[in-house]
Design a protein around this ligand. Structure first.
Ligand code: F0G
Length: 457
């Protein structure tokens, strides 16, 4: 599909920003030229996916499209039981609502916002265990998304193993600059979960991008070995010449359950699922799904959408697709790094993360430098990014990040060149901007960045 995009005049962009209360979530998409708000559900489907949609089976129970999805999930992950959900957070509700009760503790390399909210909703506590340097744009290393076993043991020492009932690894680690998690770390995390008798869950919506990083890291290690250099990291032998789909599947080898938003590497506009190894857990998840999502063979999705996701999951592990995908993100990251802008490198799988706090140094965190950057980027170039700093996570003490997330199979290098020019232009005038303050906000503080209005101060 191709659709026209339009760059409104600078005056119109400024007017749109005023109307939106300096919050790009309040902009109309018609006013946006290049939309990097999210990589979730905003990508382009393939001809094979559209063809599958026409054959969608809309039966209420036991549809052919459900079986197509179940087979695709089993082929891609190795897990035999699939329960669809309308999107990732629906799957989270079904799984975490089943697994957690009051007082439980969940450990995760970093909880994504909706995951944290679902854990809290059960009266449980979400604790992050990122590795050292995960939030620092100066850090170097290939697997900064990893789960820190050391931190996890510290939490266990503090709260007691009995309370930690679920251990999660999020691949890639969206809240830590989209950085990947190594196969080795997944194995260690699973072993840690077994040691404390907890369930091991993968939040795997970007599983294909994560697998690509593992594949590439193994390849670079192999070339280091070939050139006689000593490999700097311990890894299992033989990953580099393993097919990508096999590496993708190996990521799930030790998982008891998986929760997936299909809107990322499912390559669809809507959908998600839970997959389980044991039938007994799947049966419990199905009971909750029936209550909140729908009968467990459609779980809130139309048959045609189940069919499209079945095709998308397989396409996501085709090497030319994923190499191009991750390559696009790296291309944008390199453009910004070459312009001396503080971006996380190597870039993650789905987005470039810019440390706006290190650019707009005159604006203190409580005046939202990253939100100011997002506003000025829109005014400058019609590009919509998202703030992940003090505005989105009040009081969390996180760095003031701007995320530029790339929809899959959608934009060209020319669009990315335009984005990089816009980012550089905003950074060039770093000293000229005012901070922002919140004027109105919704009652739930965790959700304020979706609808709050701000003004310059
Ligand atoms: N888990 C992770 C790691 C995610 O990144 C997301 C969504 C979800 C769960 C929830 O899935 O949106 O289908 O309900 N991330 C999007 C983003 C919204 O922009 O990063 P969902």
């Amino acid at each position: 599909m191709v659709e026209p995009i339009h760059l409104p005049s600078r005056a119109d962009r400024s007017a749109a920003l005023e109307r939106a209360g300096h919050n790009v979530f309040n902009l109309d998409s018609e006013d946006v030229f290049v939309d990097l708000l999210t990589d979730s559900g905003t990508g382009t489907m393939s001809t094979a996916q559209w063809a599958a949609m026409f054959e969608g089976d809309e039966a209420y129970a036991g549809s052919r499209s459900f079986h197509d999805l179940r087979e695709a999930v089993e082929d891609v992950t190795g897990l035999p039981h699939t329960i669809p959900a309308h999107q990732g957070r629906g799957a989270e509700n079904a799984l975490y609502g089943t697994l957690l009760s009051e007082g439980d503790v969940v450990l995760n390399n970093t909880h994504f916002d909706t995951t944290r909210a679902h854990v809290a909703n059960q009266g449980a506590e979400a604790v992050d265990c990122p590795v050292e340097g995960a939030w620092d744009h100066d850090s170097e290393g290939e697997f900064l998304g990893n789960f820190s076993i050391e931190k996890a043991w510290d939490v266990v020492d503090e709260v007691g193993a009995d309370r930690v009932t679920v251990v999660v690894s999020t691949i890639t680690n969206n809240s830590a600059a989209g950085q990947p998690v190594s196969l080795e770390n997944l194995r260690e995390t699973a072993q840690f979960a077994r040691d404390i008798d907890a369930l091991f869950v993968l939040d795997a919506c970007r599983f294909a991008e994560n697998a690509y990083f593992i594949h590439e890291a193994e390849r670079s290690e192999a070339s280091e070995r070939a050139s006689g250099e000593t490999a700097s990291r311990e890894r299992e032998a033989g990953q580099h010449d393993r097919p990508l789909a096999e590496i993708a599947r190996a990521q799930f080898d030790d998982a008891d359950a998986v929760v997936v938003s299909g809107k990322k590497d499912g390559l669809v506009n809507i959908g998600g699922f839970v997959a389980c190894r044991e039938e007994s857990l799947a049966d419990r998840v199905k009971a909750r799904t029936t209550l909140y999502e729908g009968f467990p063979t459609y779980g809130g999705m139309a048959g045609r959408d189940l069919a499209a996701m079945a095709v998308g999951l397989r396409e996501a592990v085709e090497p030319p697709y994923v190499a191009d995908r991750v390559g696009q993100v790296a291309y944008l990251g390199d453009l910004l790094a070459d312009a001396d802008l503080p971006v996380f490198q190597p870039t993650g799988g789905h987005a470039v993360y810019l440390d706006a706090g290190a650019v707009l140094t005159d604006i203190p965190a409580e005046r939202f430098p990253a939100q100011r950057f997002v506003c000025e980027l829109y005014r400058e170039s019609g590009v919509r990014a998202v703030e992940l700093g003090e505005f989105a996570f009040p009081g969390a003490g996180r760095p003031q990040l701007v995320r530029l997330a790339l929809p899959r199979r959608t934009y060209t290098r020319e669009h990315l060149d335009h984005v990089a020019d816009g980012v550089a232009a905003v950074a060039d005038r770093a000293g000229e901007y005012e901070g922002l303050e919140v004027v109105t906000e919704p009652p739930m503080p965790e959700l304020r960045h979706f609808s709050a209005r701000l003004r310059s101060v």
